[in-house]
Design a protein around this ligand. Sequence first.
Ligand code: HAM
Length: 427
Amino acid sequence: MIQAPKGTRDILPTDSYRWQFVECKARDVFSRFGYKEIRTPVFEHTELFARGIGDETDIVQKEMYTFQDKSNRSLTLKPEGTAGVIRSCIEHNLISQNSSLNLYYITSCYRYERPQAGRYREFNQIGVETIGSNSPYTDLEVISMAALFLKELGLNDVEISINNIGCQECRPKYITLLQKYLETIKYKLCDLCKERMYKNPLRVIDCKFCNSKKFFEDAPSIIDEVCKDCENHFEKVKKGLGDLGLKYSIDSKIVRGLDYYTKTVFELILTDENNNKSVICGGGRYDNLVKELGGTEVQGVGFAFGFERLLSALESKKINITCNDNPQLFIVSIDEKSQEFTNKLAFELRKLKIRVGIDNNGKSVKSQMRLANKLSANCVIVIGDEEISSKKGKLKIMQSEDDNKEIETDLDAEKIAELFKVNNDYN
Ligand code: HAM
C-alpha cells in the first residue's frame, strides 16, 4: 500500500469541518480589519526565498524542498507565505507609498524538518501582511488582530511575547557586541552555535540546547542597544497594547528564524494541559524586505499562525466546534419507483437550499433509516406508492424529545422547505 509521505497528513471528511470553521473565523475577523485574500503559487523561484528569508537561515540552508524543473529552473515549494506575497505585490504594482495594502492568506507550506508533534513537512499557515506603513500603530493593529482572532476561536489564555530587534542602523552594533560576548563563552557553546556566532549570531541566543544550560544569562540584550527611533517605535507599540488591555511580556530572546525582521517581532504562545508550550503564531515588522525583493522603499508587518497548531490547541482546550452539514431531511424510498420521485423531490429541495440525504444504492428501508441516523439527519420522510398517489407524507422529527413526533406535509418542495425555514426544531 502506498502511504502519504512522512510529515504530511490527510485532512479527512470527519475533520475537515474543523478546518473550515477556523478558516471562516479568520476571514470574518480579518475582513473586519479591512484585509483581503491573496493566493500565490505553491512554488516560486528558489532565489526569492534565498534573498527574502536569508541565505544563512535554517529554512534556506536545510529545510527547503528545492528541485530543478524540466527546463532546469531551480524552484522551491514555499516554506512560508510572506516572500511570495511580497513578490506578487511588487510584480502586480499593488503597493503604493501612502496607503496600506492589507492582505491575508491561507496556504500550505513545506519545510524539510524532523516531523514531531506540531511540526510537519507539509503544514498550513493562516497569515496576514500589511504593506506600506511605518507606523507603530500598524504593528499594534496586527498584533491585536491576531489576539482577537484567537479570542473569537475561544483560545483566551494566550501569551503575547514581543521584542525589539532594531534596524539596519543599530543592529550591526549590537551584533558586534554580541559576538564579543559569545567569544568569551565560546568554549561552552554547542557546535552549531560555534558555527552560527559568525554567520548568524542572533540565532545563537535562540538555541534551545545552550539556553537550557543558561549560557546566555549575561548576554547583552538587544532591547538595550537599539537606536532612539527603534526605541520610540517600540514604546508606542507597548503603550498601545496596554491601552487595548492586551497582556504581553517582553522576551529579549525572540529573534525569529527569518532574516527579514526589523523593530517589532512577536510570538503568540499557548500552553497545553501538560505544560507544553507551543508557538502558534509568529510575526513582526519588516522594513527592508520589499526593497530587498526589488520593490520600492515601503515597510511591512505581518504574522502567520500554524493552522495545525491552532487546531490541536482547540482540541486540547476542548473547544466545541459545531458542524452544520448533516442532512436536514433524509428521504427514504421503498422501491425503485419511489426512488425516481425521491430523486426529483431531493433535487427541488436542494435548489431551495435544504440539505437532503438520499440513498441511490437500493438499500432496504431499514438500512436507509440506519443511514439517516448515522448521518444525524434531523428529519426523515418515507416515500412509497401511497405517498406518491396522495402527494402527502409524514415528516418524522428525529432529534426531538418526543420520539414519535411526526408532521403531515404535502409532498411539495416549496411547502417542505417552508417548514424548515419556520421551525428551528428541524434545522
Ligand atoms: P514562522 O514563525 O516561521 O513565521 O511560522 C509561523 C508559524 O507557522 C509558526 O509559529 C508555527 O505555528 C507554524 N509552523 C512553522 N513551521 C511549522 C512546521 N514545520 N509544522 C507546523 N507548523 C509550523 C513565518 O513563516 C513568517 N512568514 C510569519 C510572518 C508573516 N512574518 C511576517 N509576516
